[in-house]
Design a protein around this ligand. Structure first.
Ligand code: GDP
Length: 148
């Protein structure tokens, strides 16, 4: 089983698309094992997107990501990282395949409604950026209730 970090970005939250986007993933069998709403400070968005710090769009991207609340979540499933990337579609919605989340909802290469970890190494860094251990309920073993 694999876990990946997905973020419904501020543009999609503002447009009331949280449910529709979660549905796209759940209907493909991915399981939500953590989910919350946060409003990042620009510094926090900069920390999350450190890998892009030398890109010309870094300032604009981190301003956008801190412009309103976003909804990070952890999705779990066999091959979850790759499956989420496929379901999301290409970064630029004009290049994203028909039926993908970005093709369906995104308005620009920056305001592209959703983030998904691009590798196991990224997921291992991105998941704890937003969630601590107590906030994560793995899909496996859900039928066990907590012991008193
Ligand atoms: P992703 O893995 O598909 O999200 O794409 P990247 O990791 O390459 O980029 C991270 C995010 O930066 C994207 O999801 C976009 O929101 C934004 N971004 C990427 N490329 C561009 C660009 O050329 N211009 C602008 N303004 N934003 C971009």
């Amino acid at each position: 089983m694999e876990q990946t970090l997905v973020i419904v970005k501020p543009d999609a939250v503002a447009r009331g698309l949280v449910g529709a986007i979660v549905r796209c993933f759940e209907s493909e069998g991915l399981v939500v094992c953590a989910l919350k709403m946060v409003w990042l400070a620009q510094k926090e968005a900069e920390g999350f997107y450190q890998v892009h710090r030398h890109q010309p769009f870094f300032e604009s991207l981190t301003r956008f990501m801190s412009s309103g609340p976003c909804v990070p979540m952890i999705l779990e499933g066999e091959g979850a990282i790759g499956r989420v990337r496929t379901l999301m579609g290409a970064t630029d919605p004009h290049k994203a395949a028909e039926g993908t989340v970005r093709r369906s909802f995104a308005t620009s290469i920056e305001r592209n409604v959703v983030h998904g970890s691009d590798s196991a190494a990224s997921a291992a860094v991105e998941i704890p950026y937003f969630f601590n251990r107590l906030e994560i309920v793995p899909a496996a073993g859900r039928d066990n209730s907590p012991s008193i």
